[in-house]
Design a protein around this ligand. Sequence first.
Ligand code: PGA
Length: 256
Amino acid sequence: MRHPLVMGNWKLNGNKQMTAGLIDGLRKALSGVDGCDVAIAPPVIYLDQAKHALSGSHISLGAQNVDINLSGAFTGDISAEMLKDIGAKYIIIGHSERRTYHKESDEFITKKFAVLKEAGLIPVLCIGETESENEAGKTEEVCARQIDAVLNALGADAFKDAVIAYEPIWAIGTGKSATPAQAQAIHQFIRQHIAKKDAAIAEQVIIQYGGSVNDKNAAELFTQPDIDGALVGGASLKADAFAVIVNAAAAAKKAC
Ligand code: PGA
């Protein structure tokens, strides 16, 4: 039975005060939650502060990016070993904002996936189509290509204990979430696509939905059998809204 994972992607938001206040609010709001894994990914400069603030709670630490190199002359980069050293567990890679603004390719993202697995960290691989690809009926083709980059280079085994976040780009930060039925259809497609290589790996891989998930629409999304939690941007910056989403994932799990 898969455990849902609700993860907050803070993106380029926050400061020391906000990190302290938000984590304090989350600890209070989430103290009794059971049946859903929870993680937050603050900006890298606040990871150490966040790790201390989370100590003794069930909330895991995540990060928003990693470099493909482990050490050396790579100015400005952060390695998988450094993220591990600081106590991060889940690392977002392939987010559409990095694919777009930093021109990250499927091949480059696959290298990130490999260094994370090597370090014993959990990749949260973001995939998803643009609005025009969606309108052109290319959603499955795009998702298959993005998954195949990892499957073909690293094998299906790489997805053991890994996380995929299906995030249609047209839904990110727009307030226009995919409908539960739309998301379910693609999540099922992704799982079946991996199952063609390895059914057991496909069955256990966590597939989160991301894109305008909020306290109003989360519960219905989580009723879908192939939606295993969410990657949450905007709503993860408010402790109350994020707690509603986590509780909805835990409740949906109990109901099935
Ligand atoms: P959003 O962002 O929840 O603000 O749409 C999700 C994401 O980019 O991970």
